[in-house]
Design a protein. Structure first.
Length: 365
């Protein structure tokens, strides 16, 4: 199962809205086939592993990180292929929470006389596909809030200079996060100040791999410049705007290739939950919110953050703060502060990465 979990990790970022799954076929103590989920419409992990194993599948055991599907979707049911291949036993890390699949795949295998086992390395399997588990049960994307700050809590110097607070190793990790997510979200002030590309680039021995996640700008009043770099990139750019946005502005954005998400606005602030619901309807399963402070604050104030990824650089900036890392209304007392759970601390170069969950049940069945 450890090998299956590792294989599933290779599929992250390329399978949405399907989960990333790994599968291993074992016979007489030897791996005879393995695979991971291919992009939507292509073979699932089980099919790839069974095809590689061929005739060796007969009497073998299959280890898979998620319950095999038993319905026709973009591809035929995996349970049918498993039965036809002659697999003797299937070990599933966890059941699929999708009501179309949940327990039905296991039952179909058992009806065919195949032994089934569930639960080994379930924690790892749940964490691996935490966006899928939330999305498939709620219809709302999994939200990760990401930010970087100096040791004294600054986002920038007194002149507004902010490149780069975090080190190169941290920035490489952020590009991996971007690669694995469906959408990157920022507020309009980030566009006005930094004019970012909002793309993902991963470099390795095999060269550089690029991905164009959906770019989402929260811009209730339509202040995004028409020559912003986000409009020059391939892929999808969404502008979340007020329902009452001036029609001429809306038309100009559409001519630039933007897709508009119209949401109610209250006191100048968009209903972010409505934005997330609309993204879910568009099969966006995960959103990486990168700022700025006003947008992050709104997400925290409204309880919409599932996971926090915070980089702390060992530098002292000093001076007057250029805005808070997390804006919004906040809380009145320390006792009311939001506490992260399942906290992990990792080093990237000299930077400290703190990750944790504000809604740890979001990814569970």
């Amino acid at each position: 199962m450890e090998r299956a979990i590792s294989l599933a990790g290779l599929a992250l970022g390329s399978t949405s809205p399907n989960p990333a799954v790994g599968a291993v076929v074992v016979k007489d103590g030897q791996i005879v086939g393995e695979g991971y989920t291919q992009p939507p419409g292509m073979p699932h992990a089980e099919i790839v592993a069974l095809q590689q194993a061929g005739e060796a599948s007969r009497g073998a055991e299959l280890y898979v990180t998620l319950e095999p599907c038993s319905h026709y979707g973009r591809t035929p049911p995996c349970t049918m292929a498993i039965i036809e291949a002659g697999i003797a036993a299937v070990h599933m890390a966890t059941l699929d929470p999708n009501p179309v699949v949940h327990s039905k795949g296991r039952s179909r295998l058992e009806q065919a006389g195949i032994r089934t086992y569930t639960g080994y390395m379930e924690k790892e399997a749940l964490e691996l596909n935490e966006p899928y588990f939330k999305y498939i049960t709620t219809g709302i994307p999994f939200v990760t809030a990401k930010f970087a700050m100096s040791l004294d809590g600054k986002l920038a110097t007194r002149s507004g200079h902010s490149r780069w607070i975090s080190c190169e190793e941290s920035r490489r990790f952020v590009h991996m996060l971007r690669y694995r997510t469906d959408a990157i979200m920022v507020g309009v002030n980030t566009i006005l100040l930094d004019n970012p590309h909002l793309t993902a680039r991963i470099s390795g021995d095999g060269g550089t791999v690029s991905k164009k996640p959906v770019r989402v700008v929260v811009d209730s009043n339509g202040r995004t410049p028409l020559d912003a770099q986000i409009f020059q990139e391939h892929g999808t750019t969404c502008l979340a705007v007020s329902e009452n946005l001036d029609p001429e502005k809306a038309s100009a954005f559409v001519r630039q290739g933007a897709s508009l998400i119209r949401a109610p606005a209250f006191a100048g602030f968009l209903d972010l939950r409505a934005v997330l619901v609309e993204l879910g309807k568009r099969e966006v399963t995960s959103v990486l919110v990168e700022g700025g402070g006003t947008l992050l604050g709104s997400f925290f104030d409204h309880g919409l953050v599932d996971k926090v990824v915070a980089f702390i650089a060992p530098i002292i900036v000093g001076g007057k703060a250029q805005g808070s890392v997390i804006g919004g209304v906040g809380v009145d007392t320390v006792q009311q502060a939001k506490h992260l759970q399942k906290v992990k601390i990792t080093m990237f170069g000299d930077d400290v990465l703190i990750t944790g969950y504000l809604n740890p049940s979001a990814g569970k069945r």
